[in-house]
Design a protein around this ligand. Structure first.
Ligand SMILES: Nc1nc2c(c(=O)[nH]1)N[C@H]1C(S)=C(S)[C@@H](COP(=O)(O)OP(=O)(O)OC[C@H]3O[C@@H](n4cnc5c(=O)[nH]c(N)nc54)[C@H](O)[C@@H]3O)O[C@H]1N2
Ligand SMILES: Nc1nc2c(c(=O)[nH]1)N[C@H]1C(S)=C(S)[C@@H](COP(=O)(O)OP(=O)(O)OC[C@H]3O[C@@H](n4cnc5c(=O)[nH]c(N)nc54)[C@H](O)[C@@H]3O)O[C@H]1N2
Ligand code: SF4
Ligand SMILES: [Mo]
Length: 714
């Protein structure tokens, strides 16, 4: 029998327990190793959260480790010839520290721009040490994927519940009514809702007679299995959600919990948002809006949930506020089957391990956009690099991110990055963004490092705790990400002309030299929940801490008065902007994105297993919209927006609403010098069309609903 623990290697095939870090579902894996190579990956049926689930990306996790394209040594680019050469770690660390400190010494701290990408949240070492590095650099020009993703969720959590990560999670395993707005968990496996095996959970919901209601401009994989789906015009959800609140008030179904303030202000705010008005803006029938609101109010338990489709949206904050209110005012917050708070073994919220957040403490230099929790909107990055003056970004540090493909007007950011004085990237690939770096520092991969999930266990539909020791030994001469961050922090700070005090430097050294695993051990001990690293090591499949618990409020609230603010002025003040939006124009075309089970944001396309098969890069368009423009299915068309244009094949489908077109995000690898198979992965970048001027009040990019035209190519 192969052993299913992470005990030392033996001869022949061995099975180790691993964890997938490719999406938020954090599935537990059984990984078969032969002669140090991954030969099989399966879901771990003993995992109390993922229960054996795995998707095609998880199956490919070994391919990333084995990928010949992946960087294993630091590389340096010769600016004159563009040639890349491998260099030693010591030289690489010195080059980066010289580059960053040189910029800071000459131009001040804000002259170093920092961009943190999505995989940071999926690596323990980045969570513990990457954030410490960023803090040590103290630049106001800090950006991340948050502002092209979940910024409205975090801002509303902070404004209403007192902490940016105190996010209510849908209790999908017990709910009777699940309203999904702008999310496709059948493809994404859930987001801000760690829900491995969403397909099975959705089947169970329907089997117990529950409803799954989806609002989406595309008949998605989730819409197909739903009990009910309505097309909604992109960008118009705020009207629909506010109209639902309006109906709850009209019918006397809205009530605030004792520990909440501002109900009357909410009632006044939604008074003019009628279902009829919402229908005109969104295309969702007024009768359905009324009925769904009443069903939410009347169900034994119900939960509304909005994700990327209503977060990367011109009114993302209003939408997220309305979603929270639908749950609160129907009595479904903090109730079984409703929107619930988790009780994780390491409580990053309650213990202040992650700060509660703030908004508008400073603004971006060029456009005056507000910071949130210490970050500026990434839509402002390009202009901060290109606009001369005091505080201009002259050097960049990117950590596990690909903003050229993932942020609005990526093509112009691409150009801006080429003009920097210096750039360094911590990334396992040479890609569309890191190609501009002077030095790339590649850390070990997920299989080579210990993992405890600080964030996604705190956002999961069930309370569990799991520690996963590294499955594979770190490759010879490699560095873990936390070791890279340690070296960069200490060497850069040591080169600063205005250095912190000796005491502060010693504290930084001590902090940076404590390994992530040791930090987890200490956090577990001080948390006093009874879950210790020793217990977790003895149960590598994970410890089940039970279903989410109801009745945690008001104690769990992080507001200073332990009360919910139902009516934050930031969103109330934004309703005038909403009310002023003109009615839909005849013949308009609005662009939206999409995700596929086999894609992972803008990376993983190096992996052949995930890219062969039916093409999925095309522009989706309704046949009537094609016919109206005398365009034929399967031909190449030109898609243009205010900022740019691309040429791509079009695929006709009735699964998309009339007046809407869709491109997947994360494609467009033609400009990737580090991908051998680039020519085999067709497609263009949707973010060559998205517009950095389109923003939510939070500063989040409005990637959804971009006005475009589609025509025959010239
Ligand atoms: N139009 C449009 N744009 C979008 C979206 C959309 O829906 N539509 N979605 C947005 C969302 S939700 C997100 S989260 C962002 C993502 O935006 P980004 O985070 O900028 O992009 P990713 O593709 O996730 O980039 C991941 C990078 O991390 C590297 N990487 C992977 N694993 C590791 C690791 O272990 N260590 C290190 N150091 N590097 C690693 C990969 O090589 C890759 O370069 O994109 C956003 N952009
Ligand atoms: N397979 C796969 N899984 C992933 C990822 C991946 O790239 N691939 N990325 C991970 C990441 S970083 C994230 S953040 C999550 C995202 O998780 P989800 O939010 O579930 O992912 P999306 O597929 O982007 O879902 C957004 C949905 O919103 C719809 N939509 C677009 N515009 C609008 C609108 O204006 N109104 C409404 N109502 N709907 C709209 C789109 O059609 C789409 O179905 O997925 C994670 N999981
Ligand atoms: S759903 Fe797939 S990608 Fe996400 S964690 Fe599970 S196996 Fe990995
Ligand atoms: Mo994301």
């Amino acid at each position: 029998m192969p052993s299913a623990t992470n005990s030392p290697a033996s001869h022949g095939p061995v099975t180790r327990l691993g964890v997938c870090n490719l999406c938020e579902a954090i599935c537990g894996l059984q990984i078969t190793l032969e002669a140090g190579a991954v030969t099989g990956v399966r879901g771990n049926p003993d995992d109390p959260l993922s229960r054996g689930h795995i998707c095609p990306k998880g199956v490919a996790i070994g391919d990333v480790h084995a990928d010949p394209d992946r960087l294993r040594r630091p590389v340096r680019r010769d600016r004159a010839t563009g040639e890349w050469t491998e260099i030693g770690w010591d030289e690489a660390f010195d080059l980066v520290a010289d580059g960053l400190a040189g910029t800071i010494n000459a131009h001040g701290r804000d002259a170093v721009g920092i961009y943190l990408g999505n995989p940071n949240v999926h690596s323990l070492g980045s969570m513990t040490h990457g954030t410490a590095l960023v803090k040590a650099l103290r630049s106001r020009n800090t950006y991340s994927a948050t502002s092209v993703d979940q910024l409205p969720h975090q801002l509303l959590a902070q404004l209403m519940f007192g902490h940016q990560l105190l996010l209510p999670v849908p209790d999908i395993d017990r709910t009777d009514y699940f309203l999904v707005v702008g999310a496709n968990p059948m493809a994404s496996n859930g987001s801000l809702m760690t829900a491995p095996d969403f397909p099975q959970r959705a089947r169970e919901l329907k089997r117990r007679g529950g409803h799954l209601v989806v609002l989406d401009p595309r008949r998605t994989e989730t819409a197909r299995i739903a009990t009910e789906h309505h097309f909604v015009r992109p960008g118009s959800d705020a009207w629909v959600l506010l109209a639902m609140l309006h109906v709850l008030f009209d019918d006397g179904l809205a009530a605030a919990p004792e520990h909440a303030d501002g109900l009357a202000a909410v009632e006044r705010a939604v008074a003019d948002f009628t279902p009829e008005h919402a229908m005109a803006m969104s295309g969702v029938p007024a009768d359905d809006i009324r009925r769904i609101a009443r069903e939410l109010g009347a169900a034994e338990s119900a939960v509304a949930y909005g994700r990327v489709g209503v977060s990367t949206h011109e009114f993302g904050s209003v939408c997220q506020w309305a979603v929270n209110l639908l749950n609160i005012l129907t009595g479904n917050l903090d109730r079984e089957g409703g929107a619930m708070f988790t009780s994780p073994a390491i409580d990053v919220v309650g213990r202040g391990i992650i700060g509660r957040g703030h908004h508008g403490a400073w603004s971006s230099r060029v456009r005056g956009l507000p910071e949130t929790a210490g970050e500026l909107p990434v839509s402002a990055l390009r202009e901060e690099i290109e606009t001369p003056g005091e505080g201009q970004v002259r050097s960049m540090l990117t950590l596990s991110g690909n903003p050229v493909l993932s942020t609005p007007d990526g093509a112009r950011l691409d150009e801006a990055l080429a003009g920097l004085d210096f750039m360094a990237s911590v990334d396992i690939y040479l890609n569309e963004t890191t190609r501009h770096a002077d030095v790339i520092l590649p850390p070990t991969t997920a299989l080579e490092r210990d993992h405890y999930d600080l964030v996604f266990q705190a956002l999961a539909v069930r309370n569990t705790a799991r520690f996963t020791p590294a499955v594979l030994p770190a490759g010879p001469g490699t560095r873990h990400d936390w070791q890279i961050y340690r070296a960069l922090a200490l060497r850069t700070v040591a080169r600063l002309e205005r250095r912190p005090t000796r005491r502060k430097r010693l504290a930084l050294r001590a902090r940076m030299s404590t390994s992530p695993t040791r930090l987890v051990q200490l956090l577990l001990l001080s948390g006093r929940t009874g879950v210790t690293l020793r217990r977790l090591r003895a149960r590598p499949a994970g410890i089940d801490l039970g279903p989410l618990r109801a009745g945690l409020l008001p104690e769990r609230l992080q507001t200073r008065d332990r009360r919910i603010d139902l009516a934050p002025s930031l969103v109330l003040d934004d309703l005038a902007r909403l009310a002023a939006v003109p009615a839909p124009a005849e013949g308009e075309l609005l662009l939206i994105g999409r995700r596929h089970q086999k894609d992972c944001n803008a990376w993983l396309h190096n992996v052949e297993r995930l890219t062969r098969g039916k093409a999925r890069h095309q522009l989706l368009m309704h046949p009537d919209d094609l016919a109206a423009r005398s365009l034929a299915d399967g031909t190449v068309v030109r898609v243009s927006s205010r900022v740019g244009s691309v040429e791509v094949e079009v695929a006709a489908t009735e699964d998309i609403m009339r007046g809407v077109v869709s491109l997947p995000h994360g494609y467009g690898h033609a400009r990737n010098p580090g991908m051998r198979r680039a020519s085999e992965v067709p497609g263009v970048s949707i973010n060559d069309l998205t517009d950095p001027e389109r923003l939510d009040v939070s500063g989040n990019a409005a990637l959804s609903g971009v006005p475009v035209t589609v025509s025959a190519p010239d």
